[in-house]
Ligand binder design. Structure first.
Ligand code: TA6
Length: 301
C-alpha cells in the first residue's frame, strides 16, 4: 500500500508514505519551509513544524498510539459530520466518525513557494452509511509550508439537502497553559460547557486557570495564541466557520483521559478549533459544496 502510494503520489525529497507499527499509513512531509506528518486514517494531521520554529506548532501527545479505528490524541482531528455528541444517537462516536475511518489520497503536488500539497477523500462504507446515509464527498486538502493551510470541503452529490456540524479540532503546542492568552474573541457570545451549558459573553482576552471548554458562536474572527514562555504568537485565521472552540482539559479531566502525556502533557497544549456547531451548523443544499478553511502562522516575538 505504501509502495503504491509512493509511486502514485510521492514527491522525491518532500513527500513519502510509510506504514507505522500498527499498519496505518502515514504521510511524512519535509520541504524547505516546514515538516509535517499525517495519518491517512482520519486524514489526521499529527504534527507540523515550520523551519522557522525550534518547537512544533501542532501538539501531539507523547502517549498517543495510532491504532486502526481509534482517534489520535493531538494534531488536527477532523470532526465531521457532527461536532460533540450526536444529536439523537448516544452510541454514535463523539465528534463524528470521520477521524477514525480510512481516507484515500486523491492528489499531491508542490506549491509555487515550495510548500507541499496533499488532498484526501473520506472513504464511505456500510459502517459510515449506517450513521450518515447522505451521498456526498468529503475532501481535506493540507498545504504544508511556513504556514499550515487546511481546506475541508463537503460536496452534496445527492438530491436532498443535509446539515453538518464539523471542526478542525487542532491542538497547539505551547510553553505552559498558565502563560498563554488567546485573543480575537472579545465581545463574542459563547456556550460555556464546564458545569453545564451556559450562554456568556467574552470580555477581553482568554487566560487559563482551570478546565475551559467554550463554544464561541457567530464569529469568523482570527484568533491569536500569545505564548509568553515560547516567545511566540500563533495566528489562527479561518473562513467558512462561524464557531470557535477554546479548550483545555486541566489536570482532573486530563488524568481521566489518560492519554495526554505524562507527567503534565496537558500543560503544553491548548485547543483553538475552527468549527461549525450548535447555532452555526451548516445546511449543504443538494448539488452544492461547503468549505471550511484554516490557516496557521507562527511568529517569534
Ligand atoms: O472541543 C472540545 C471537546 O469537545 C471537549 O469537550 C473534549 O471532549 C474534547 O473535545 C476532546 O474530545 P475527544 O473526543 O477527542 O476526547
Amino acid at each position: 500500500m505504501a509502495e503504491t502510494l509512493n509511486t502514485q503520489f510521492g514527491i522525491k525529497g518532500q513527500l513519502v508514505f510509510n506504514a507505522d507499527a500498527s499498519g496505518l499509513i502515514v504521510a511524512e512531509i519535509d520541504n524547505v519551509l516546514g515538516s509535517a506528518s499525517l495519518c491517512l486514517q482520519g486524514a489526521h494531521l499529527m504534527t507540523w513544524q515550520p523551519k522557522s520554529q525550534a518547537v512544533p506548532v501542532v501538539w501531539l501527545s507523547r502517549d498517543t498510539k495510532p491504532a486502526v479505528g481509534k482517534s489520535i490524541r493531538g494534531g488536527a482531528p477532523v470532526c465531521w459530520p457532527w461536532f460533540g455528541a450526536h444529536a439523537t444517537e448516544s452510541a454514535f462516536p463523539g465528534h463524528g466518525f470521520a477521524r477514525t475511518v480510512p481516507w484515500r489520497v486523491i492528489e499531491s503536488g508542490t506549491e509555487p513557494d515550495g510548500a507541499t500539497r496533499l488532498t484526501l477523500r473520506l472513504v464511505a462504507s456500510d459502517k459510515t452509511r449506517i450513521q450518515w446515509s447522505h451521498e456526498c464527498n468529503v475532501d481535506l486538502t493540507v498545504i504544508v509550508g511556513e504556514t499550515l493551510r487546511m481546506e475541508m470541503t463537503t460536496e452534496n452529490t445527492g438530491s436532498t439537502d443535509f446539515v453538518i456540524g464539523e471542526a478542525l479540532h487542532t491542538y497547539f503546542q505551547i510553553g505552559d497553559i498558565g502563560q498563554v492568552r488567546v485573543t480575537g474573541l472579545d465581545g463574542c457570545e459563547y456556550w460555556d460547557k464546564v458545569g453545564g451549558s451556559n450562554l456568556r459573553r467574552q470580555e477581553g482576552g482568554i487566560s487559563f486557570s482551570g478546565e475551559t471548554d467554550r463554544v464561541y458562536i457567530n464569529t469568523g474572527a482570527t484568533c491569536v495564541i500569545h505564548d509568553d514562555e515560547l516567545n511566540r504568537r500563533i495566528h489562527i485565521s479561518k473562513s467558512g466557520s462561524l464557531s470557535t472552540v477554546v479548550w483545555t482539559p486541566w489536570v482532573e479531566k486530563a488524568n481521566k483521559m489518560g492519554d495526554m502525556g505524562q507527567p503534565e502533557g496537558w500543560r503544553e497544549m491548548v485547543c483553538v478549533e475552527s468549527v461549525n456547531a450548535i447555532e452555526n451548523v451548516v445546511k449543504v443544499a443538494a448539488g452544492t459544496t461547503h468549505t471550511l478553511i484554516v490557516e496557521y502562522r507562527a511568529e517569534s516575538v
